[in-house]
Ligand binder design. Structure first.
Ligand code: AMP
Length: 302
């Protein structure tokens, strides 16, 4: 059951304690698509400029990722710059050059409109709403956002949340969006805005999922050599939505496995800059690490 994703396809310039990567492939839709395509076919909607070349397009080749919805227009590709602190957990945005995104109007190709699963990656909520308006009653709508949009587009974001099933955000964004410092209270307030399921990501500390069934705490895989956390959130979303799309159901057990699959994919993504590790990743590696998670969080209560 295919997945429609809209999000940024970007150049990233990233500094981490391990090194620096200049104008490498990034963007929420890029990480998401590469991760989700391990499970289901992906229809990508986004925009790039003339500076986006064959080298970047080649990253999507040979995978089940349809690029008909990736527009190429005059101008420069979205470019984001960020620097990570020594603990690799907090980051500072150095610049956000929206470039071709400033005049982007998402046009969903006819054959994408019936995609049963939709992921609204991190872009302007006004654009996320425009995409939702063009699709036909999807089974699952998941979405992501970030501080940039919570600050600047709160009204549109509230309108959007009313129409999504699953929201995936990190802990600081959950606090910012709800105005609550306690995450349990924050989750209650955010779920009251619309999303039945809320996944709060906590970087190297895992993720907490709130749904009608209660709360599920998932560990993050203990990665020894973190190189670049950029895209971990979108990669998580790709594994999560990809797994749910392939399963075709969203009961509690499936939801829990999907969260662990998201954590599994994200744990690989941070092992190299940009999308490098996702490009070398194999299904066998994914399944091996997925199984290790059971042992990580299992204990005998006597
Ligand atoms: P993550 O680390 O999962 O939060 O996602 C990082 C990705 O988000 C990077 O590859 C950036 O290109 C992209 N990004 C950063 N800021 C924005 C923004 N304001 N709108 C859309 N995409 C963004």
């Amino acid at each position: 059951m295919s997945i429609l994703v809209v999000g940024s396809v970007a150049f990233d310039t990233v500094e981490t304690p391990v090194g620096r990567a200049e104008k490498v492939l990034g963007g929420s839709a890029s990480f998401f698509s590469l991760a989700a395509s391990f499970f289901e076919s992906v229809n990508l909607v986004g925009v790039v400029g003339r500076d986006f070349g064959e080298e970047q397009l080649a990253c999507f080749a040979g995978r089940d990722i349809d690029l008909e919805g990736l527009e190429r227009v005059e101008g420069e590709t979205f470019h984001w710059g960020g620097r990570y602190a020594d603990d690799l957990n907090s980051r500072e945005t150095l610049f956000t050059h929206l470039n071709v995104f400033e005049s982007f109007k998402p046009k969903i190709p006819e054959r994408y409109r019936t995609s049963p699963n939709v992921f609204l990656g991190n872009i302007d909520p006004v654009l996320q709403l425009e995409v939702l308006d063009q699709v036909q009653e999807p089974r699952l709508v998941a979405c992501d956002t970030m501080n940039f949009w919570i600050d600047g587009r709160l009204e549109a974001l509230h309108e959007l949340l009313n129409r999504v099933d699953v929201l995936l955000i990190n802990d600081s964004e959950a606090r910012q969006l709800s105005g609550e410092s306690n995450l349990v209270k924050a989750a209650r307030a955010i779920r009251a805005l619309g999303p039945r399921t809320l996944v709060i990501k906590k970087g190297e500390h895992g993720a907490v999922t709130f749904s009608d069934e209660g709360c599920f705490i998932a560990a993050a895989f203990p990665v020894e050599d973190v190189v670049d956390p950029t895209g971990a959130g979108d990669t998580f979303a790709g594994g999560f939505v990809g797994y749910l799309a392939a399963a075709g159901t969203i009961d509690d057990a499936t939801l829990r496995r999907a969260v662990i699959m998201g954590s599994t994919l994200a744990s690989f993504s941070v092992e190299a800059f940009s999308v490098e590790r996702l490009l070398s990743l194999t299904r066998d590696e994914i399944h091996a690490r997925f199984r290790v998670f059971k042992h990580l969080i299992d204990f005998d209560p006597l």
